[in-house]
Design a protein around this ligand. Sequence first.
Ligand code: IPE
Ligand code: IPE
Ligand code: MG
Length: 259
Amino acid sequence: MLINQEKTTAYFADAPADIALSDVDLTRVPRHVSIIMDGNGRWAQARGLDRSQGHVAGVDALREAVTTSVRLGLDVLSVYAFSTENWKRPQREVNLLMHLFATTLVKELPLFHQENVRLRFFGDLTALPKETFDVFRQGLDETADHDGMTFALAVNYGSRAEIVRAARDLAAQAVAGEVDPASIDADLFASQLYTEGLPDPELLIRTSGELRLSNYLLWQLAYTEFYVTDTFWPDFDKWEFLRAIAAFQGRSRRFGGVV
Ligand code: IPE
Ligand code: IPE
Ligand code: MG
């Protein structure tokens, strides 16, 4: 994605000692970065606050991550916001998160317009409360014409459910005579996933130090580079993002071959 060099330089002024814009090659930024935003609860607990305040602080970090991604010229930023397993949390926390998704999206629509960001969702939205579902629909409709960066929010997303759904859809198409089972290959399978049409993430970032995928993009992350930071999500800022990109650019990706 094309960047406005002036805006990007201004955005990354005031660099800390260890990282600066000049540490990354802007011609080699990943097309798609995905983030498992983790550690809101622990961030709050460490400050003697309620977990919910960690989620509220997490929204600010997400806004910054979207802006950073635009300034760096990513094609796609995707983030894991709520998993199919997160329904197990106390009802009060689930309600707060669903309400926060709705109110945040409405509030951030001007940013998406200003930055030409197109919105997209991964996950089964039909199970969401009506308030959240309606706002998500509105967000999709209002940003459908934007042709800048794609911002994908994974909500009620689980990779196993996604893969099972793809298998079920293909099986139904085969039974209906629309698909020849012999023609099912990796590309056709991928076209049935929520990420249809998007490049696989080149870089996956997970905050708060956990070394696991928690049912996220199992198919799409087959050859993705992982970057884990101990920083809790609400503290993840543009400089943390830049450190992750710099680390990615230092990796040697082989895709099973030799270099
Ligand atoms: C990530 O932070 C946000 C969501 C999963 C919605 P957590 O709420 O998982 O925070 P920790 O991991 O308990 O600290
Ligand atoms: C993964 O975080 C899901 C999201 C960030 C939305 P969790 O906090 O739910 O994952 P686990 O429970 O630590 O594996
Ligand atoms: Mg967590």
